[in-house]
Design a protein around this ligand. Structure first.
Ligand SMILES: NC(=O)c1ccc[n+]([C@@H]2O[C@H](COP(=O)([O-])OP(=O)(O)OC[C@H]3O[C@@H](n4cnc5c(N)ncnc54)[C@H](OP(=O)(O)O)[C@@H]3O)[C@@H](O)[C@H]2O)c1
Length: 241
């Protein structure tokens, strides 16, 4: 099944991997809803697209249930939901773990995904799909990224549960390795180029990821009708090193 002519919602679509998914889905002829919290960021992302008139920007914060409800009311029936959103990520050594910061990570990546599944489930095409995004931290955590690791692991289990609960709608989760996106400004700041160079040497594929690598996998998960409850690592072999 190709997504040509289908309605695809990309939550997190204004940056990084989500923006690459918006581009890839649009290139395939899908109608794309690009969702994020910040209007200005959505506007700037639209300006980078070749055919922005075929993409609808929608402002919503997925940690707020009223925003999620309003999002699906505005969109109406749709075919696919891809979630790459992650805001309020923070990294601390174990002795400095702050419960409020930890809860914000859980809200942003886990509760947000749950709310999207809850409210999206009533208007998604039964032949459609939901794709969540976890990450390599589930298996190769940074010592300062314990909560991010835990949330990514929880997203694997949430995906198994949703694939059963929402069947026949298919539900899968992408698990990216290190990918060159703006999130690294938060994770490593000025150290990013050095960390990427070191990681590239370690990885079997010899480079860190590009957002397009993830978008390619997201297209597969939307279009392959026999794939559900799957954790799809797209990590350049990071799990092996
Ligand atoms: N980049 C990596 O190396 C890497 C590795 C493994 C896993 N991941 C995971 O992959 C996913 C995508 O990461 P990325 O690198 O593409 O991130 P990114 O460039 O920072 O993009 C995050 C997107 O999510 C949106 N967003 C954040 N919080 C939101 C909320 N509460 N409601 C709605 N939209 C929200 C952001 O827009 P606003 O800020 O305007 O809301 C932005 O569009 C994340 O789950 C991340 O944890 C990334």
């Amino acid at each position: 099944m190709e997504i040509t002519g289908q309605k695809v919602i990309v939550v997190g679509g204004s940056s990084g991997m989500g923006l690459a998914v918006v581009r890839a889905a649009q290139a395939r002829g899908a109608h794309v809803m690009m969702v994020g919290r910040t209007e200005e960021k959505l506007k700037q992302a639209l300006e980078t697209l070749e055919t922005p008139e075929r993409v609808t920007p929608i402002t919503a914060d997925i940690t707020r249930e009223e925003d999620v409800r309003a999002l699906f009311e505005a969109v109406g029936p749709f075919d696919h939901l891809v979630v790459t959103a992650a805001g309020d990520l923070s990294y601390q050594p174990i002795k400095e773990v702050d419960p409020d910061k930890a809860r914000r990570i859980v809200d942003s990546k886990l509760i947000g995904a749950l709310l999207l599944a809850k409210h999206g489930s009533t208007s998604i095409n039964s032949k459609g799909s939901i794709t969540l995004t976890a990450g390599i931290a589930a298996q190769r955590p940074l010592p300062t990224g314990l909560v991010v690791a835990a949330v990514n692991g929880a997203l694997f289990s949430l995906t198994y549960g949703l694939a059963i609960a929402l069947a026949p709608v298919r539900v899968n989760v992408l698990s990216p390795g290190w990918v060159d996106t703006p999130v690294w400004d938060v994770i490593a700041g000025a150290n990013t180029p050095t960390m990427f160079a070191q990681m590239a040497q370690r990885l079997p594929v010899g480079r860190v990821g590009r957002p397009e690598d993830i978008a390619h996998a997201a297209l597969f998960l939307m279009e392959n009708e026999f794939t559900t409850g799957t954790i799809l690592p797209v990590d350049g072999g990071h799990r092996l090193v």
